[in-house]
Write a protein that binds this ligand. Structure first.
Ligand SMILES: [Zn+2]
Length: 379
């Protein structure tokens, strides 16, 4: 095994209300010719503002509108010289928008061998900080994960944009982030490797722990603030956990069973429509069950996810009355994930099926228990 350990991170991370204003000077560090990639909705909303910011910074930017899925062909087309821009003359690629826009910008940066700057307008996962590029086919089936040579050169998270978006995105981001502590721990305890291909550093594990603690302290207040469209200290802390700590935690600490289960959920009936972070939230419960966590911890974690509105059952993921065959299929696909080996001990498909069964039964019991409690205290 490779005895080296690697730490990877974006070169700059800027977060706060009005962070977008910093974009021009951040881009100017890389040259004067940025290409900005976003979907039609985001460019419609922010294109003008970003355009004048970049002009003020003395940059001559071009814009590319993303349509459809991030397929290899779509990324090739975006990176090809077009009528409006000779992409050979691009100094830096900017991704502006949600996950798709950022993945598209990363895919183009990879093809042009240029740095990428990510400007997320929602905080639904940690993709803005990571070097991972999710690639899909035309039917929105993920076909693979490419990797940038280095992490984004800068990440610009304007929290005023985050609170202007629906809270469901940030809530999903919390689901993606909360698992990282247990995934890094699983990777560290066994013989697992991080996405960098090396054993995790203590730093990765420490950041994943901090991510979890920050979520427990600030998720309720942060999600409430987002609901009200207000940027508060809770909101800032939560966004930092979801975008920065979560990304650093998994790239330097490793993924594990929770993210492996998303392989099974992505094509599953109903659950296919849920967001990545919602998949990961439920999948974390399965991971902790499979790892034999104490009953008090499992009840605490389930209650917390329920309190902040994340799914604790397949039904809440959009898959009511899952059949034995459907659960088997989720477990079978989970076994194909590369990070499945990142556990203290190896795990079988049968054990995953059994853990899913226990999570589902606990969810039923918890929902019944809290319904009874609220009936009992009702006036
Ligand atoms: Zn994730």
């Amino acid at each position: 095994m490779n005895p080296l350990r690697i730490f990877a991170a974006p070169s700059r991370y800027v977060q706060g209300p009005g962070a977008l204003e910093a974009l021009g000077s951040l881009l100017a560090e890389h040259g004067t010719r940025p290409v900005v990639i976003g979907d039609a909705f985001v460019l419609d909303l922010l294109g003008e503002r970003v355009g004048s910011l970049l002009v003020e910074a003395g940059l001559s930017a071009t814009y590319r509108v993303l349509e459809g899925e991030i397929t290899a062909a779509a990324a090739d087309a975006l990176a090809a010289p077009g009528a409006d821009v000779d992409t050979g003359d691009v100094d830096v690629v900017v991704g502006l928008g949600g996950g798709k826009s950022l993945d598209a910008a990363k895919a183009v940066a990879l093809r042009l061998d240029r740095p990428v700057v990510t400007v997320p307008t929602i905080a639904s996962n940690d993709s803005p900080t990571s070097a991972a590029v999710a690639m899909y086919d035309d039917g929105h089936v993920m076909v693979g994960v490419d990797r940038l040579r280095t992490n984004p050169a800068a990440v610009v998270v304007d929290t005023e944009l985050v609170v202007a978006a629906p809270t469901a995105f940030l809530r999903a981001g919390v689901g993606d982030a909360i698992a990282k502590r247990y995934e890094a721990a699983g990777c560290f305890a066994g013989t697992g490797v991080t996405p960098l291909g090396t054993r995790p550093l203590l730093t990765g594990v420490a950041i994943a722990d901090a991510c979890y603690a920050t979520i427990r302290a600030h998720a309720v207040g942060g999600l409430q603030a987002c609901e009200q469209g207000r940027v508060t200290p809770d909101l800032e802390a939560l966004v930092e956990a979801v975008v920065l700590m979560s990304g650093l935690g998994f790239e330097n600490g490793g993924l594990s069973l929770a993210h492996s289960l998303t392989r099974g959920l992505m094509p599953a009936r109903g659950a296919a429509r849920a967001m990545h972070g919602e998949h990961v939230a439920w999948a974390l419960l399965v991971q902790r069950e499979a790892e034999g966590a104490a009953e008090e911890e499992l009840i605490d974690l389930t209650s917390f996810l329920r309190e902040i509105g994340l799914p604790i059952s397949l039904e809440e993921l959009g898959m009511p009355a899952a059949t034995e065959a459907e659960v088997d299929e989720i477990a079978r696909l989970t076994m194909t994930a590369p990070h499945l080996g990142n556990l203290a001990r190896s795990i079988s498909q049968t054990e995953i099926v059994a853990a899913i069964g226990r999570v589902e039964r606990r969810a039923d019991a918890q929902v019944v228990a809290s319904t009874t409690a609220s009936t009992a205290t009702a006036p």
